[in-house]
Design a protein around this ligand. Structure first.
Ligand SMILES: [Zn+2]
Length: 415
């Protein structure tokens, strides 16, 4: 009996492991396919170079997911929990990282008596335009700080040290900015607390990636161009997935656990290769990058209700014993949605998965093209094929090892 239950337990944990391992965004398959197909949207001046390196662009499509096991800053770049911050269409939600962090960073001072008092932050009262928010000296008396001053203070003291472990601010700097308005005599320590980033920074990371890629083109740095091109494919891919824009990223809040991998991984693996059409036309120049990223993410979010509601309906109406099947994958047995069930769900969504995947291919080609144009259309014809140096090879192996050990730094978001 004991032996039997041990066997059951190990079988279950093996199933769990295998399921967990295979549930990555767009699946490994989807991300690789998107990167590969985007090469064919490019104009001839670019396509020659990208084709030469198509294996690299394909193979490195999932590096950002592997990196989530190596640094705590990585996980939050793959999603944004928009519904944590409001409701569609999120008109009041700031569209830049600086504005968003200014709004959602709490700043505290420790005074002479060792009391910790909040100076600025997201729960405090805010005013329009010039005036940022009010600092309360006491219940009766509050101080108004101009938004301009606050922005300058914030940029120099917090935003510039975003990647530091602790956001510590000099008492002297506080004195310099707010000494006239706030009593800072007994200042022992001032620190900021980020209440935003844990809910995801995807749109802001896309902006950063696009800037980096443009710089890489300007420098004609072949290694950076390829690495950033491949990784941009990953992030813009995640941005096209509705479940990457919600706190309910794996249906865990609505009793739909597993929907994440079902939607983006299982369905694509089953149907993309034979049934999807990736002929999306030519890459186009994107004038307003930030607006473009937000359009992608808001469109994803607007599809979320369908993704969740249709799955719920399918689970209730599709014959229960035909929903899950056992599949053999590389000699291991895994429990996964049956093909017919996946097909029925996909059909009820009227090709949404295919549309989002194809839209990613178009977006990615256009972003590569835009970076190249913004860099002044550098000649790529004499840039060759990227060969990895010994150090790069080693770094990749380390990523791979951390990934296999499977310990995500930071919060686990449905991948
Ligand atoms: Zn991802």
């Amino acid at each position: 009996m004991r032996k039997f239950s041990i066997a059951i337990v190990s079988l279950l944990s093996l199933l769990f492991l295998v399921t967990a391992f295979t549930s990555v965004d767009w699946g490994f398959y989807g991300h690789r396919k998107i990167n590969r197909m985007a090469v064919f949207t490019l104009p001839p001046d670019m396509m020659v170079f990208y084709k030469k390196n198509i294996e690299y662009i394909t193979d490195h499509a999932v590096d950002p997911d592997k990196r989530r096991y190596a640094t705590k800053h990585e996980a939050v770049r793959h999603y944004i929990d928009l519904d944590h911050w409001g409701a569609y269409p999120f008109e009041d939600f700031p569209r830049t990282q600086l504005a968003v962090l200014m709004e959602y960073t709490d700043i505290f001072i420790v005074n002479q008596k060792n009391d910790t008092i909040q100076l600025f932050g997201h729960q405090l009262k805010k005013e329009e335009n010039e005036i940022y928010l009010k600092y309360q000296i006491s219940k009766k008396k509050s101080v108004v700080v101009p938004k301009k001053t606050y922005r300058s203070f914030f940029y120099n003291n917090i935003f510039s040290s975003y990647y530091e472990d602790e956001w510590l601010i000099d008492c002297d700097s506080m004195q310099q900015y707010f000494g006239d308005q706030i009593e800072l005599d007994g200042c022992q320590k001032v620190f900021g607390v980020d209440t935003f980033s844990e809910y995801g920074v995807l749109p802001f990371h896309l902006v950063r990636m696009q800037n980096k890629l443009t710089t890489a083109f300007k420098r004609r740095n072949i290694k950076s161009i390829l690495r950033l091109s491949a990784e941009m494919g990953h992030y813009i891919g995640d941005a096209h997935v509705p479940l990457h824009t919600t706190e309910n990223y794996n249906g865990q809040l609505t009793n739909q656990n597993g929907i994440h991998a079902f939607w983006e991984s299982r369905i694509t693996v089953l149907f993309a290769e034979k049934e999807y059409d990736f002929f999306v036309g030519k890459a186009e120049y994107i004038e307003k990058k930030n607006d473009f990223f937000w359009d992608v993410i808001l469109t994803s979010h607007s599809l979320l209700d369908s993704v969740l509601n249709i799955e719920k309906e399918m689970v209730q109406t599709f014959p229960e014993d035909q929903q899950f099947c056992f599949d053999d994958r590389n000699g291991r047995t895994i429990r996964t949605q049956c093909r017919e069930f996946a097909k029925a769900y996909s059909d009820r969504m009227q090709g949404m998965v295919e549309d989002r995947m194809a839209a990613t291919v178009y977006a990615l080609g256009s972003l590569w093209y835009t970076a190249w144009v913004d860099a002044g259309q550098p000649d790529l014809s004499n840039l060759g094929k990227n060969n990895l140096s010994k150090e790069e090879q080693k770094e990749l192996e380390e990523l791979e090892n951390a990934f296999r050990k499977g310990e995500i730094k930071g919060r686990v978001h449905g991948n």
